[in-house]
Design a binder for this molecule. Structure first.
Ligand SMILES: [Zn+2]
Length: 147
């Protein structure tokens, strides 16, 4: 993958796993200040998620790579992001901007990690929307995922 250098996040966990994913999605930003982004258009998003923990599961994984792909790439690929229930065209905290999509990816992943016995955590979501623009989302320390 082209964009393979990501900002690293400091932590004290023994294991750190990173998963790269990409998905093609359409979106629009429903606000007049968004300019041309108010018109529906598409991006090939590149996401990198960082998961860490001290314990492995019964298969020797921190978390199954495939389950991460299912939660993110398979969910959003070839869809209009605004159509997803998790986004809301009436509330700027839920417009499908790069920032909100990155946070949403974090929330989906952490919700899944919370069901695992070995309790891994998602420390960072890197989301590139264009060759020149990306967002990094990091949850506040000690903050649990909103379910
Ligand atoms: Zn866009």
């Amino acid at each position: 993958m082209l964009q393979q250098i990501y900002p690293s996040v400091a932590h004290d966990f023994s294991y750190e796993l990173n998963k790269d994913m990409h998905f093609a999605s359409a979106h629009f930003v429903p606000h007049e200040s968004a300019g041309a982004c108010q018109n529906m258009h598409g991006h090939t998003y590149f996401a990198n998620v960082t998961i860490a923990g001290d314990e492995l599961d019964e298969t020797g994984f921190l978390v199954n790579f495939q389950s991460l792909k299912k939660l993110v790439a398979k969910e959003f690929d070839h869809t209009l992001l605004n159509d997803h229930e998790v986004f809301d065209d009436r509330d700027p905290n839920f417009f499908p901007t790069t920032e909100v999509v990155a946070r949403t990816i974090y929330e989906r992943i952490q919700k899944h990690l919370d069901t695992l016995k070995n309790k891994p955590v998602c420390l960072q979501v890197f989301l590139r929307e264009t060759p020149t623009s990306y967002v990094v989302y990091r949850p506040k320390r000690g903050k649990k995922s909103e379910s």
